[in-house]
Design a protein around this ligand. Structure first.
Ligand code: CP3
Length: 341
């Protein structure tokens, strides 16, 4: 099916665009009262993720309500540990929690390498969403980067320091590699399945990149991200490694199309480090959207000018916060869409 709006895909491939496209990390849910209404009808977050009709509905909401140039499938990065054998719960107001975690070689041996069939509900949600979108905008699929998934599998929940996960790297480097490889193989299978199910573009989230040393990042994260980039050749691919300042030069050498920047990364400096062969995505501080409308508009234009007209997909530097006002979010999206170089 030909897309009516393929700006995001063209920008990712480095082709000319009439204007800079925009979508927002965590656009599905959270800030939309319409999302909260659907969420209330369901038992909870997981039920929403696992019911394709509802996942489809909340995936398309931001396209209708915020006017973004892409939809991102409503799911979570934690579906991979679950498919491998570690079920998660999303505890209200607390976040993810795993009953079983990885401690020993035997725990790792017992994990399965996930196959697309294990995540049939995500595949069904993608198929239904692709059909329902009817070519209006591209559909983005995603997964967590192996290091970030590893961190949750060892830690068993969110954490400020992920010290258990980091301790595992220092004390069990060989087992760490074994687990990271199993997660990588599962992630490649999963992302390939998402392409078959209709994803037009894919993004990898390395949310906990910034807590590793540069040396550890090379050994325990980039090595596996690189395998995934090499395996995904069918659709444009984005790598977003939060706080990974130190890795920007190496990220420029990955075989992906787009690199996500957070708001702490200087735009010109990042471009110089990453080079001209990648599209950059980002990077407004989500907290800007608490400011007055005129400040939001001014900063949005400032960001666009700093990135320039080529190879940029406008986004935030991380996900939307739940207490942001929908009208402020919409103001940011409109400011991007109205601007012309
Ligand atoms: O971007 C989107 O709109 C698509 C959906 C999406 C969700 N999670 C839905 C979600 C995406 C892309 C994610 C990715 C994700 N999940 C990441 C990587 C990106 C990042 O933020 O760094 C991480 C680390 C997770 C793990 C996770 N999921 C945590 C720690 C939490 C609880 C804290 C929080 O941020 O709310 C979640 C829950 C979650 N995932 C919600 C949503 C909409 C909130 C659930 C709710 O209250 O309804």
């Amino acid at each position: 099916m030909t897309l009516k709006n393929d700006l995001v895909l063209r920008a990712a491939r480095g082709e000319k665009v009439e204007r800079t496209p925009v979508w927002l990390m965590r656009q599905a849910g959270r800030v939309l009262p319409e999302y909260r209404a659907v969420r209330e009808k369901m038992g909870g977050f997981k039920e929403l993720v696992e019911t394709p009709e509802f996942a489809c509905e909340v995936t398309i909401q931001p396209v209708d309500i915020l006017g973004v140039d892409a939809a991102i499938i409503f799911s979570d990065i934690l579906v991979i540990p679950e498919a491998m054998g570690l079920p998660y719960q999303m505890v209200e107001a607390k976040g993810p929690w795993f009953e079983k975690t990885i401690k020993t070689a035997d725990d790792i041996a017992q994990l399965r390498v996930a196959q697309p069939e294990d995540l049939h509900y995500v595949m069904d949600a993608l198929k239904l969403t692709k059909k329902t979108l009817d070519g209006r905008v591209p559909l983005i699929g995603f997964a967590g980067a192996p290091w970030t998934i590893f961190a949750y599998m060892i830690e068993g929940s969110g954490s400020k320091t992920f010290s258990k996960a980091k301790k595992f790297l220092y004390t069990q480097p060989q087992l760490s590699h074994l687990l990271l490889q199993k997660i990588t193989d599962s992630t490649i299978n999963y992302l390939k399945g998402q392409i078959v199910a209709g994803a037009d573009m894919l993004q990898l989230f390395d949310s906990w990149a910034g807590i590793l040393s540069p040396e550890q990042y090379n050994e325990f994260s980039l090595k596996y991200i690189s395998q995934i980039c090499d395996a995904i050749t069918e659709v444009p691919f984005t790598v977003f490694a939060k706080d990974a300042h130190f890795a920007r030069v190496q990220m420029g050498k990955l075989s992906c199309d787009t690199i996500g920047l957070d708001w702490t990364m200087d735009i010109a400096e990042s471009r110089a480090m990453i080079g001209n062969t990648k599209t950059l995505q980002g990077n407004i501080d989500p907290c800007l959207l608490y400011a007055d409308y005129d400040v939001i508009k001014k900063e949005a234009v400032k960001m666009l000018k700093a990135f320039g007209p080529d190879r940029h997909i406008a986004n935030l530097g991380h996900g939307l916060y739940p207490d942001l006002e929908k009208d402020k979010v919409r103001c940011f999206v409109d400011a991007i869409k109205e601007f012309r170089f």
